[in-house]
Design a protein around this ligand. Structure first.
Ligand code: RFL
Ligand code: PHB
Length: 389
């Protein structure tokens, strides 16, 4: 089989890219390691920047997001028994959108299916080849039958554990990494959110986050140990611990109920440079990951895809490789700012075992500074709503 762009991975990066390329008249095929149902069962991001919602609308798959998504004008920071609202809209003129990654993924899959574009799910042993030359190709197998797709380019949209980044020669890649000594235990429950807006809470027992997926579905997280296990946490224990970490008025307002999803995510920052190896381009988590504190992972996937689509469209329409040549540097300039922000919000709100009294005083001073300075609040808001593309 032959296509123009062979895309590895059908997460948000691969699906967004496939749709944008299709609308620019560029043929593409997606090859995904797991089944369609498995992709849709992963509960992940919930907050979209305006740049991401614009990119999603540009794919033509934004209709349900605009109907069901919840625009948020601000969020709260809670610490030392206080609650402080960051008015994103007043400080930046922008807002964010609460819309689950699972819903977005479904919308993009349905748009792809409606357009009749080819996706191979449950592909084994996916392997990119010859991307250093002019004729790259992918090999994989479906139900034991060998397959091959030849393309002009390969887009590595296969997440942090994917095969594309690992296929580049070791000497060609530099990985910058920071591992934080904690995880997030998250639950989904069919209960109304404790508050209209998100609450990020710093507490001596550890971080907690009150988020949501809709007006009737809540997503809550508590910081846990790296070696903690979901089985250690009954729903009751989770709710008790969440309430302990929230200011008393918020704790009292929490509606509890049975969880229908519970998982642990580890906190890690990682950036691979560069994001291009000949005719292989990385986008999204395949190139970089952030701890979830700043809600940037999915949003970075959207900005990478925006740049990569523009570059590929320029290649085909104008016979110019300027965009492709600039892609890695352009994407990384935005990625590093989001890495910095995600790191700083993580350090501001978590308690890590290696933090001494000095670190904790600095943390408290920074929270006081944010609550008391419009300039500090504006800088946080500008980063949270997303820096320009
Ligand atoms: P994905 O979503 O990991 O998709 C990659 C796809 O590639 C497939 N794959 C392969 N396919 C073929 N061959 C192989 N060898 C393959 N190896 C892997 C995988 O099966 C998968 O389908 O990466 P993508 O598309 O770059 O999207 C990135 C986002 O998913 C990620 O950044 C966000 O979920 C991060 N994230 C958040 N981001 C936000 O912007 N806002 C948030 O509020 C937010 N909250 C979160 C998050 C991530 C979390 N976890 C679990 C890490 C909250 C959590 C808890
Ligand atoms: C979520 O709703 O899953 C979520 C929201 C904000 C974050 C991280 C995750 O910073």
């Amino acid at each position: 089989m032959r296509t123009q762009v062979a895309i590895v991975g059908s997460g948000p990066s691969g699906l967004l890219l496939g749709q944008l390329l299709h609308l620019s008249g560029i043929d593409n095929v997606i090859v995904e390691r797991v089944s369609r149902d498995h992709v849709l069962s992963r509960v992940r991001a919930g907050i979209l920047e305006e740049g991401a919602t614009d990119t999603i609308r540009a794919t033509g798959a934004g209709e349900r997001m605009d109907r069901e998504g919840l625009p948020h004008d601000g969020f709260e920071l809670a610490f030392s028994g206080r609650r402080f609202r960051l008015d994103l809209h007043a400080l930046t003129g922008k807002r964010v959108m609460v819309y689950g990654q699972t819903e977005l993924t479904l919308d993009l899959m349905e748009a792809r299916e409606a357009a009749g574009l080819e996706t191979f799910y449950a592909a084994d042993n996916v392997q990119p080849h010859d991307f250093d030359g002019d004729n790259p190709y992918l090999t994989f197998s479906i139900d034991g039958a060998d397959q091959r797709i030849d393309g002009d380019f390969i887009a590595g949209c296969d997440g942090h554990h994917g095969v594309c980044r690992k296929s580049a020669p070791d000497a060609a890649v530099t990985v910058y990494e920071k591992v934080y000594p904690a995880g997030w235990l998250g639950i989904l429950a069919e209960v109304p959110p404790v508050s209209e807006e998100l609450i990020y809470a710093g507490h001596p027992r550890g971080f907690a986050l009150c988020s949501m997926r809709s007006r009737t579905r809540s997503r809550y997280y508590i910081q846990c140990a790296v070696d903690d296990r979901v089985d250690n946490w009954s729903d009751e224990a989770f709710w008790d611990e969440l309430r302990r970490r929230l200011p008393p008025d918020a704790a009292e307002a929490v509606t509890t109920g049975p969880s229908f999803e519970k998982s642990i995510a580890l906190l890690r920052s990682s950036v691979a440079e560069p994001m291009r190896f000949g005719r292989l381009f990385l986008a999204g988590d395949a190139g970089h990951i952030v701890p979830p504190t700043g809600a940037k992972g999915l949003n970075l996937a959207a900005s990478d895809v925006h740049y990569l689509h523009e570059a590929l469209a320029e290649h085909y329409a104008e016979n110019s490789d300027a965009g492709l040549d600039a892609y890695s540097a352009r994407a990384l300039a935005r990625i590093w700012k989001a890495e910095r922000f995600s790191w700083s919000m993580t350090m501001l709100l978590h308690r890590f075992a290696d933090m001494g009294d000095f670190d904790l005083r600095v943390q408290r001073a920074e929270l006081d500074y944010l609550a008391g300075s419009d300039h500090a609040a504006a800088a946080m808001a500008e980063n949270y709503v997303g820096l320009p593309y």
